[in-house]
Design a protein around this ligand. Structure first.
Ligand code: SF4
Ligand code: SF4
Length: 136
């Protein structure tokens, strides 16, 4: 399975080699998709993990034991679909394929597992129907 997570590092743990030990000690494919991290301050990292469910759970427990906050990417983006007028502006700017139009219903299909939390859809939507936050 694949899981996209946002890891929040604090000033207390940002200088520890936590990601190094995560990759070294767990049998996972780890892909870092986005990072906004500052020495002595902390920050966030968007990571995709691929492996079996048990190993992903263990690795999340490891991160939490090092005081890293771990949040599923879908908790960081909200879409008020009920007010959508299906203009397509958001799908035109979403370069990951996370947003697309269903050709049968003409409704927006939102696959949050592909989202990079870039915020372009929020800028493009004329009705401000997206809330996107990479940080806390
Ligand atoms: S935040 Fe970026 S990647 Fe995610 S749905 Fe919006 S445009 Fe697509
Ligand atoms: S840009 Fe906004 S109104 Fe237009 S399709 Fe996307 S969510 Fe709906």
């Amino acid at each position: 399975m694949k899981k996209r997570l946002i890891l929040n590092f604090t000033e207390g743990n940002v200088e520890e080699p936590i990601t190094y030990f995560l990759i070294k000690n767990y049998d996972l494919l780890v892909n870092i998709l986005k990072a906004e991290i500052y020495p002595e301050e902390g920050g966030n990292l968007l990571m995709e993990m691929e492996g079996d469910e048990k190993t992903i759970k263990k690795s999340i427990n490891y991160l939490k034991s090092r005081n890293v906050e771990v949040v599923n990417v879908d908790r960081k983006i909200h879409f008020r679909e009920e007010d959508c007028i299906y203009c397509g502006s958001c799908t035109a700017v979403c370069c990951t394929g996370s947003l697309s139009i269903d050709k049968k219903t003409w409704k927006i299909v939102f696959n949050k597992e592909k989202c990079l939390v870039c915020g372009l859809c929020a800028e493009a939507c004329p009705l401000s129907l997206f809330e996107v936050s990479f940080g806390n």
